[in-house]
Design a protein around this ligand. Structure first.
Ligand SMILES: [Zn+2]
Length: 196
């Protein structure tokens, strides 16, 4: 009963993870459909008619198969929420690529660099912090990129990810979720950087 159910919007985009109880309730209220491994959708009655396998829940006197994925029939938005400003999210945004020399590195070989140094009034915000390799970091020192003869390969920006991506990575994921999670890196878990 501790298992979680992946919630998709009407366009099959993952938006949320919920409890089995809540998923079945949404199914029962007819605002959601269960989705099986073949992308077929079921309303409550047709889902309840499926033979319950080992992963079933007792409900109103019968065994009902636990859905792994449900689809919200009337919901087509992807909820947007604050994206945590964290080391890992900055690495993820920059894809572990030094934003000065453009090379990819293991995370252990990357620093965060303030494009406008803090000593010059630069702040710790998405638009002023980038990944930098140790070498580029050393070369740049406390200078502006132009002063160090360096250029950013891309202007830093605030990413627009869905909360779903940020919340589920520390969670156990099911095989049935995977077709809907492709393209999402598993490493966005993070802690917020406190300094601003
Ligand atoms: Zn570099």
């Amino acid at each position: 009963m501790n298992t979680k159910v992946l919630v998709l919007n009407r366009s099959y985009l993952p938006v949320h993870v919920t409890s089995v109880r809540r998923a079945l309730s949404l199914l029962y209220q007819d605002v959601a459909r269960a989705v099986d491994a073949h992308y077929r959708t079921f309303d409550f009655a047709s889902w309840a008619d499926l033979a319950a396998h080992e992963d079933a829940i007792g409900l109103v006197g019968r065994a009902i198969r636990v859905p792994r994925v449900i689809l919200l029939v009337a919901y087509d938005r992807v909820p947007r929420r604050h994206v945590r400003f964290s080391r890992y999210n900055i690495y993820a945004r920059d894809q572990n690529r030094c934003q000065y020399c453009g090379r990819q590195f293991p995370r252990s070989e990357l620093n965060l660099d303030h494009v406008i140094p803090r000593s010059r009034g630069g702040t710790s915000v998405w638009e002023n912090v980038v990944c930098s390799c140790h070498r580029c970091n050393r070369i740049k020192g406390g200078r502006l990129p132009a002063e160090a003869g360096m250029r950013l390969i891309r202007q830093p920006f605030r990413p627009q990810w869905t909360p779903f991506m940020l919340e589920t990575f520390s969670m156990r994921r099911y095989q049935e979720w995977m077709p809907f999670l492709s393209g999402i890196d598993a490493a966005y878990w993070n802690t917020e950087l406190v300094e601003r």
